[in-house]
Design a protein around this ligand. Structure first.
Ligand code: CA
Length: 234
C-alpha cells in the first residue's frame, strides 16, 4: 500500500521540491501552506507521516503539533530554520518524532522520512506481538510496569507518563543494575536515526525522577553513573 505524506510548508519552492521528490519515491503526497489548512488536511487525507515547518501563517508548527497530539500519534518530522527552535521542540516535548534544520539536503530528508515510516511499522508490529502475549508485569519495590496495558503504578497509584517516559522507564527496569550509556538509551528508546542528542535523555530522566523518586534531587532509583550514563537500581 502506498504510504501517505502531508507536507506543511509555506514557502512554495521548498514545498514543491519536497512534494516532487517524495512523489518520485512512490509516496502519495498532499501539501498545505498554513497551519489551519494542515489540520483540515490531516482529517481528510489521514497521512502516515507529516512533514511540518515551524514558522507558518495562521497557526505555527508548535500549535499544530499540540492540537494534533490531543488525538493523533501520526509521526511528525519538524523542519526548523533555527537551532533555538529545536531547544523549544525538545523542551516542550511537543511530540515531534524527528527534526531537520534548514537548509538540509534532499538525500538526508528522504532518509529521515524513510526511517520514520519504518519505525512506525516496527512499532505497530511490536504492539501486535505484545498484545498476543501473556500479561507481563515488571515490578521493583513499590513500582510496577504493566507492559500489556502500558500502565505504571507507583506507591499504589497509576502514574501519568508521556510515551517516551514510559519507554525509557521500561528500558531501565528491564536492564536493572546495568550501566546504560546515553547513546545506548538514545538508540533503544528513540531509535538510531534520532537527531536530538543526549540532552534529550537527561531531560526525560529528570522528569521520570520527579515521578518515581522519593527525593528527586538525590535519586536512589535512577542513579547517574559518572562518565557512564544511568543505572536503574530498583
Ligand atoms: Ca516557514
Amino acid at each position: 500500500m502506498q504510504e501517505k505524506i502531508l507536507i506543511v510548508e509555506d514557502e512554495p519552492s521548498l514545498r514543491e521540491t519536497l512534494a516532487y521528490n517524495l512523489n518520485r519515491q512512490g509516496y502519495l503526497v498532499e501539501v498545505a501552506a498554513d497551519g489551519q489548512a494542515a489540520l483540515a488536511q490531516v482529517k481528510n487525507f489521514n497521512p502516515d507521516l507529516i512533514v511540518l515547518d515551524i514558522m507558518l501563517p495562521l497557526l505555527d508548527g508548535f500549535e499544530v503539533t499540540r492540537i494534533l497530539r490531543q488525538e493523533k500519534s501520526t509521526p511528525i518530522l519538524i523542519l526548523t530554520a533555527r537551532d533555538d527552535e529545536i531547544d523549544r521542540v525538545i523542551g516542550l516535548e511537543m511530540g515531534a518524532d524527528d527534526y531537520l534544520t534548514k537548509p538540509f539536503g534532499m538525500r538526508e530528508f528522504l532518509a529521515r522520512v524513510k526511517a520514520l515510516l519504518r519505525r512506525v511499522r516496527l512499532d505497530r508490529d511490536e504492539m501486535e506481538t505484545t498484545q498476543s502475549e501473556d500479561k507481563e508485569i515488571l515490578s521493583s519495590q513499590d513500582l510496577s510496569v504493566d507492559t500489556t496495558r502500558h500502565e505504571v503504578m507507583f506507591a499504589g497509584k497509576v502514574l501519568r507518563l508521556k510515551p517516551k517516559e514510559y519507554e525509557l522507564l521500561l528500558f531501565l527496569v528491564r536492564n536493572k543494575g546495568k550501566v546504560l550509556s546515553r547513546d545506548l538509551i538514545l538508540e533503544r528508546v528513540w531509535g538510531w536515526d534520532f537527531s536530538g542528542g543526549s540532552r534529550t535523555v537527561d531531560v526525560h530522566v529528570r522528569w521520570l525522577r520527579e515521578k518515581i523518586e522519593v527525593n528527586p534531587a538525590t535519586p536512589s532509583r535512577i542513579v547517574t553513573v559518572r562518565g557512564g550514563g544511568y543505572r536503574f537500581d530498583g
